[in-house]
Design a protein around this ligand. Sequence first.
Ligand SMILES: Nc1ncnc2c1ncn2[C@@H]1O[C@H](COP(=O)(O)OP(=O)(O)OP(=O)(O)O)[C@@H](O)[C@H]1O
Ligand SMILES: [Mg+2]
Length: 277
Amino acid sequence: MIIAVGSLKGSPGATTLTLALADRWPVGGGEPLVVEADPAGGDLGARFGLLTASRGLVTLAAAGRRGGAARPVEDHIHELPGGLQVIAAPAGAEQASQVLGELDGGGWSLLWSAARGQGRPLLVDCGRLDARSSGRPVLDAADVLLLVVRARDDELSHLAARIPVVQSWELPAWYVVVVAQPDRSADYRVGDISRVLGSRVLGPVPYDAAAAGVLAGRRHTRVGIGRTKLGRTAASLADYLAASVSTDVPAEPWTPALPTGAAASAGRVALPRTRAR
Ligand SMILES: Nc1ncnc2c1ncn2[C@@H]1O[C@H](COP(=O)(O)OP(=O)(O)OP(=O)(O)O)[C@@H](O)[C@H]1O
Ligand SMILES: [Mg+2]
């Protein structure tokens, strides 16, 4: 299974969610592998002190170009404290975009083979999905896209404007994952978005600075994030994805309905209809 995770604007927590899902992936669902495919440059190297030049996307791209003599995907993996396996991107937008382009030479195929052949869930952090994004090969291969947005009016207006573009990518499945804001209740705006996008909306992912700090390498803990709010939400989201995507059960039917009346006049964002798949 290939899960693409991306954002539209800002830094809503795509990298954090990618790591949290991999960390909480259901036992027996295969060994998850996180791929940092952010054209704006990787964060995992700096956050966890990884040498991304000797292992990671850079070496994977080189291996892909060598074709048959390629080192297996395992040779490009770093293990984070706690055991999470990641293929990290170099820092810097120029370096990262270049190496993402070079993966077309065979690196992507190595990853897709690991996902399909070895049954490894691949969680690919695509960073911001804008018009110039180099994430196209990931979107073409993905079984599901998770679009991470914060429950804020500015980010939701970008979501509203980009829904037709997201639809044009023709993914087998896509969901909007709403991340809560520190100054708001966890389900702030989630009801509004759900009224339009129905079962495409997952979350809310709670605002949990302590658990997010662990996943960003700022905090250290012996017990991990399993018992945290963020960890528990990620676990149920991972269970849902592992079950619904792997068994090809379509998302539940939903009825789109634009917010009207009080909600609309309160200046709330009206999301356009999405197409049932
Ligand atoms: N659920 C959360 N609760 C609290 N803090 C969070 C949460 N998710 C992310 N953060 C924090 O917000 C910051 C940005 O998170 P992250 O790097 O995951 O965002 P991103 O969407 O990947 O950003 P970018 O597009 O810059 O790569 C980090 O400091 C992270 O620890
Ligand atoms: Mg990121």
